[in-house]
Design a protein. Structure first.
Length: 364
């Protein structure tokens, strides 16, 4: 029995380690392309290393649960295809015993994810923002790349279709600085300069469309020329931590402080508190997903009866997409406390465990 348990645990851990490496690389490859572009433009390498390194904890926080599910599907799919599961059951070994050999590994993964999600990810997210501030303080124009959304400036998202030195074409600016409203500024042409006194980016736009014009006049407006200054874009910023930058202890303190803030409107305080509560529950739910995925992946892997690893990978991606869809919905509903979106983050965890338990009982 001990030999069998070691055999299954070893197969599972080796497969898990391989999938973690693959998924972490895949989730980090986008950052590598971005950094290579900045290096080619002569940006200082030190903040670039900080930016790349700070992205690894975030990649791990997603790669570990996905790998737990993929490893479960692959290992038990292979055991089922080779009739080893049938042999175990013929010897009186139940699926619950097999689960018990894998479950400690899943619980250890959940504890590792708890630490990563509550300590490393917030710290790395804050370090990443600070590193981008360092980049923009050196030369803010280096971040104006063509053909991709640029979200390196607070409250603004920029898109430049084509850039030739200081000349720009097909410019779009999404202004999110007004709560509850998104202003879109489109320009056919423009030029970009940097104010040497304030280090702000100055965009001289031509053939401009603004939609909406303002809160008071929510209608489109058109003009031949417009100058848009991206304030504080080139200054070294000291960021006030956002919700994603808070560690577990800081987040709990911030939630309690909202309840004690008498100057904040009741409705705004409820939304702010719910936003932080969703973030808190999301971190714990994502960590516990390692255990939930093992419960769900074991019977699904056995039922697939295929040797091809592509079946296990495709099935794991489908389940992960469904799982994280609940997380996205909960974040979108964070401004509606009456719906309790913080509890919605736990629904995929509970459903995965219940469905997995039901499938195991039916396979006995």
């Amino acid at each position: 029995m001990r030999t069998l348990s070691h055999y299954i645990a070893k197969s599972y851990l080796i497969t898990f380690a391989a999938t973690v490496a693959v998924f972490t690389f895949v989730l980090s490859i986008g950052g590598l392309f971005k950094l290579s572009d900045l290096v080619a433009k002569g940006v200082d390498w030190h903040p670039l290393l900080v930016v790349f390194g700070s992205g690894i904890p975030s990649a791990l926080s997603f790669a570990i649960p996905i790998s737990a599910l993929t490893a479960t599907l692959l290992v038990f799919g292979r055991l089922s295809a080779d009739s080893e599961i049938v042999a175990m059951r013929a010897c009186g070994i139940s699926l619950w015993q097999v689960m018990r050999w894998v479950l400690p590994s899943a619980m250890l993964m959940a504890l590792v994810c708890l630490y990563i999600n509550n300590e490393l990810v917030p710290a790395s997210h804050y370090a990443r923002r600070s590193a981008f501030a360092s980049l923009t303080s050196q030369n803010p124009m280096d971040l104006l790349e063509e053909g991709r959304p640029i979200q390196d400036f607070d409250g603004l998202t920029l898109y430049v279709g084509m850039r030739s030195n200081q000349r720009l074409e097909d410019i779009r600016i999404y202004d999110l600085r007004t709560p509850g409203q998104t202003r879109e500024i489109k320009a056919k042409y423009g030029t970009v300069t940097v104010d040497t006194n304030t280090l702000e980016i100055v965009l001289a736009l031509e053939e401009v469309t603004i939609d909406p014009l303002s809160v008071e006049r929510p209608v489109p407006a058109y003009c031949d020329a417009l100058t848009e200054r991206i304030k504080s874009s080139g200054r070294k910023k000291v960021y006030r931590k956002h919700v994603k930058d808070l560690t577990l202890g800081e987040l709990l303190v911030r939630i309690r402080s909202v309840e004690l803030d008498a100057h904040e409107q009741v409705e705004d305080a409820a939304k702010h508190r719910m936003n932080m509560s969703v973030e808190l529950h999301k971190r714990f739910a994502l960590s516990c997903s390692c255990v939930a995925f093992v419960f769900l992946g074991l019977p699904l892997g056995i039922r697939s009866h295929r040797k091809e690893s592509s079946i296990g990978i495709a099935l794991s991606l489908l389940l992960v997409f469904s799982f994280y869809l609940f997380i996205i919905i909960a974040q979108q509903l964070s401004n509606y406390p009456a719906f309790h979106p913080d509890l919605l983050t736990w629904m995929p965890v509970v459903l995965s465990i219940l469905i997995g338990t039901l499938l195991i009982r039916r396979m006995r």
